[in-house]
Design a protein around this ligand. Structure first.
Ligand code: GLC
Ligand code: CA
Length: 573
């Protein structure tokens, strides 16, 4: 079949900035659905579930690596960038996925781990056996492991050095992650052209963009920290201009677990752009902090510190993903509190984080799950959901490392939760059978049959968000409140962002983290003193702010309101 770009892209609505309004869904091919009964999810399985994802309201999929790999790091240890892991399917299957997704106006973003490869990659095998050959300089080799000792170790639970000795080449190689993942040498231009070729290969099949894995670590130097070094940004600017020239409209998403101002640098500037999106790491742990402390301040502070980002760029917000809930971006005090609340069993921890899923973290509390999702869907940027969280799936902390939250998707109460027909012992990981989250009750089919399920609730909220594009593109203004358990902000749609047929809109979002009912007085800035306040899920009329802009509200425990503010001009006049 001819999958040249025009065909593969058929079905997609034209919107060069689609990613600013999109709802993303992260799904690992391995974990979603198995069609050939080998116990491993595959691309045809994912294709068979596109209707479900479309129903849920998903606009774009983020697929973690599905390249050939020994799978010692969930596929982030790539052995060949131009092939699909045979257990997952073929290149033809992948092209079919792209075209089936596009036919539903759904985009596909795939992971591109640029920083390192598996030690099984033929580049590395040749580099270690033939130092003067064409691949000799593809990795970071050194005669001594005494240099760059100050560069921090990321996988602190498994690694005690960023160097490993290769007995064949009799030199040390640098690795920022597992020792079976040697870092590529970005000082070698040949590595750049390899990466451009790999990107071209997938973009040619119609892929809509890449999540750039572990992007801060591309370059390291003897003096620097090995994070966000200037050449890394230079590489990104070049990569972006290659993309804009050869594949306009495709996007780059930065995975940079850094403070907001440093992360924002990965978006570049208007004149010298880098990525279109970057994940917002600091906001996420503060949501979890607020839920237990009932204190809104840390979240409010991080929101108020909004870093200006270039026009046309966006944050990616998330509650959970395939990694641990990282606690690198909080203070030591907050970290200890978060460990105490959410990782009271040492098995729940890994590296600097917590290896649990959303629903178990929140003790399966429906209120907390709703509050967390409401925040996710209303914070500035585009939300990234993690597969299974829409049904409140559980985890399995008895599995190793981050596999605890990468277990098979639970589709039905049938054998293997409907994920696979294989002998249960053959599954790549067992399905969750814990008391509170057993797949016999926690699954898509059961929740579809129940109108009040979390799945229906999440779906409704996603669809509601999509009716209000201000959530995607409107700037945020924090609104001050007199209650320490409340966070409130306004999202306001500038007229320039409106597409034909859309009109500007102003929404007031109010969240109570208190475990009891409360009342709060909000002080609305002059420009938001509406004379008509309406709740957007049911259209109910709320009190309007007084002349001074004070708005008094009462909220049930752990709840939220999304209120539309109208008639603003009249009240100011
Ligand atoms: C990224 C991935 C993580 C992986 C690491 C090393 O942080 O999200 O899963 O282990 O890179 O490849
Ligand atoms: Ca399979």
């Amino acid at each position: 079949m001819d999958f040249a770009p025009p065909y593969a892209r058929r079905g997609l609505e034209h919107d060069p900035q689609w990613y600013r309004r999109a709802v993303f869904y992260e799904v690992m091919v391995r974990s979603f659905a198995d069609t050939n009964s080998d116990g491993i999810g595959d691309i045809p399985g994912l294709i068979s579930k596109l209707d479900y994802l479309e129903w849920l309201g998903v606009d774009a999929l983020w697929l973690p690596p599905f390249y050939s790999s020994p799978l010692l790091d969930g596929g982030y240890d790539v052995a060949n960038f131009m092939t699909v892991l045979p257990e997952f399917g073929t290149i033809d299957d992948f092209q079919e996925l792209v075209s089936q997704a596009h036919a539903r106006n759904m985009r596909i973003v795939m992971d591109l781990p640029l920083n390192h490869t598996s030690d099984q990659h033929h580049w590395f095998q040749e580099s270690r056996t033939n130092p003067s050959g064409p691949y000799g300089d593809y990795y970071v080799w050194s005669d001594t492991d005494e240099i760059r000792q100050h560069i921090r170790i990321i996988f602190s639970d498994t690694e005690d050095s960023n160097w490993a000795f290769d007995s064949e080449r009799r030199q040390f190689y640098f690795h920022r992650f597992f020792s079976h993942q040697p870092d590529l040498n970005y000082h070698n231009p040949a590595v750049h052209s390899e990466m451009h070729d790999i990107a071209r290969f997938w973009l040619g099949m119609g892929v809509d963009g890449f999540r750039l894995d572990a992007i801060p670590y591309l370059y390291e130097s003897d003096e620097g920290t090995g994070e966000s070094e200037p050449e890394t940004h230079e590489f990104l600017r070049t990569f972006r201009s290659f993309l804009d020239t050869e594949f306009p409209g495709r996007v780059l998403i930065a995975e940079a677990n850094q403070w907001p101002s440093e992360t924002a640098e990965y978006l570049g500037t208007e004149e010298t752009p880098e990525c279109h999106m970057a994940f917002d790491f600091p906001i996420m742990p503060r949501i979890f902090y607020a839920l237990r402390s009932q204190q809104a301040e840390p979240l409010q502070m991080v929101l108020a510190e909004t870093v200006d980002i270039p026009p046309g760029t966006a944050w990616g917000v998330f509650l959970r993903n395939h990694d641990e809930l990282t606690l690198e971006m909080v203070s030591e005090e907050e970290r200890q509190a978060l460990y105490g609340w959410y990782a009271y069993d040492p098995r729940m921890r890994v590296n600097v984080g917590i290896r649990r899923r959303l629903a178990p973290l929140l003790d399966n509390s429906r209120q907390e799950l709703q509050l967390a999702h409401a925040l996710l869907l209303s914070l500035p940027g585009s939300p990234f959901l993690y597969y299974g969280d829409e049904i409140g799936m559980g985890d399995n902390i008895w599995l190793e490392d981050r596999d605890s939250s990468r277990t098979p998707m639970q589709w039905s109460p049938d054998r293997n939760a409907g994920f696979s027909d294989a002998d249960p012992g053959k599954l790549y990981l067992p399905v969750v059978q814990s008391l509170a989250f057993h797949y016999s009750s926690s699954n898509v089919e059961t929740q579809l049959a129940q109108g009040t399920s979390l799945l229906h609730w999440v779906r409704n909220l996603i669809h509601l968000r999509k009716e209000h594009p201000v959530f995607g593109v409107g700037p945020l203004t924090v609104v001050s409140s007199d209650n320490p358990s409340v966070v409130a902000f306004v999202r306001d749609m500038p007229i320039e962002e409106c597409k034909p047929g859309e009109s500007p809109e102003t929404l007031l979002c109010v969240y109570s983290f208190a475990h009891q009912p409360l009342s709060v007085t909000l002080s609305l800035p002059e420009s938001f003193r509406a004379n008509r306040v309406t709740e957007i899920t049911g259209g109910g009329r709320f009190p309007s702010p007084n002349e001074q802009g004070q708005l008094v509200l009462t909220l049930p425990p752990q709840s939220f309101y999304w209120l539309s503010l109208a008639g603003i001009k009249a009240s100011v006049a």
